[in-house]
Design a protein around this ligand. Structure first.
Ligand SMILES: [Zn+2]
Length: 289
């Protein structure tokens, strides 16, 4: 075979490109539910200039503010390239992403933030306690899931926002709503999306469910702080303007990728409220390992 013939053959075999270098920021975290969480899903418009760019079992949202893009959550490290591909499929340039908002410092929602921030040069935005976990790339010392251990790529460029603070970009004002409980740093995000004169309140809700590593007790002294945080967060979510709910894990909010039925946020809070009550009953009855 001639040199040119060999090169043509190599090209036809797809053999000319070097294998992708091992990228520490997108190195897969193996989790038993990773395939289910990251089930491919086409990017989809929610309302106005708000979109879903995540997966079947893991929400990632995109807002086009007219003065730059905002992404919410980063899923697992290995998810980052697919998120950016979804952004491109919608006709946007990932380089226009200015902010990436974080709902909680856990690997399944925050593992991809470091790669996304590197590839887009965006600033990651989180609560103070959330930022602490993101900078460390591991659970906070008081996290009920601390016992699971593990780590994920750490985020370096962060902006901290307080409860009630408004992040403004272009025409879009995004409200930071602290919803601690699942983690002390959990933050939900709310904004208005408009089509003509019709506007809808969109809520990207952090996980509100009580999940712990074995041995943790919400009935312990530190656990009681989380119970109080949950209760206050449930009341906040109950009262939030909420025409469309996106929950960090879509299956916690209903059957679809979003829930636009009346009372979607109240139902979301109520689901977790019941789970927490059940868990507390089980702890008191000595039924929790
Ligand atoms: Zn979590």
């Amino acid at each position: 075979m001639s040199a040119i013939g060999y090169m043509l053959w190599l090209a036809s075999m797809g053999g000319v490109a070097p294998p992708p270098a091992d990228d520490p920021l997108t190195r897969p975290i193996a989790a038993s539910r990773a395939a289910e969480w990251l089930a491919p899903a086409p990017p989809e418009k929610i309302f106005g200039t708000s979109y879903l760019v995540g997966f079947g079992g893991m929400s990632v949202a995109l807002i086009d503010t007219g003065a730059g893009l905002v992404l919410i959550d980063g899923a697992l490290p290995q998810a980052a390239p697919a998120i950016l591909a979804n952004v491109r499929t919608l006709g946007f340039d990932p380089k226009d992403i200015k902010y990436i908002l974080s709902t909680e410092p856990h690997f399944d929602h925050a593992g991809g933030l470091a790669a996304l921030a590197r590839d887009t040069r965006a600033t990651v935005v989180a609560s103070a306690r959330g930022a602490e976990g993101l900078r460390a790339g591991k659970h906070a010392a008081d996290d009920p899931q601390l016992g699971y251990g593990g780590s994920w790529p750490a985020v370096t460029r962060l902006r901290v926002v307080k409860d009630g603070e408004i992040l403004k970009l272009g025409e879009t004002a995004i409200n930071a709503v602290a919803t601690p409980g699942h983690t002390m740093g959990s933050m939900s995000w709310r904004w208005q999306a408009c089509e003509g004169t019709t506007c809808k309140a969109i809520v990207f809700a952090a996980s509100l469910n009580p999940v712990t590593a074995p041995g943790y007790r919400y009935t312990s002294k530190p656990g009681a702080l989380f119970v109080r945080a949950f209760e206050e967060s449930y009341r906040k979510v109950d009262a939030m303007p909420c025409d469309v709910l996106i929950s960090a894990h879509p299956d916690n909010a209903g059957d679809g990728r979003t829930n636009d039925t009346p009372g979607a946020c109240r139902a979301y809070a109520d689901r977790s409220r019941k789970l927490l009550a059940k868990r507390l009953d089980e702890e008191r009855a000595g039924k929790v390992k």
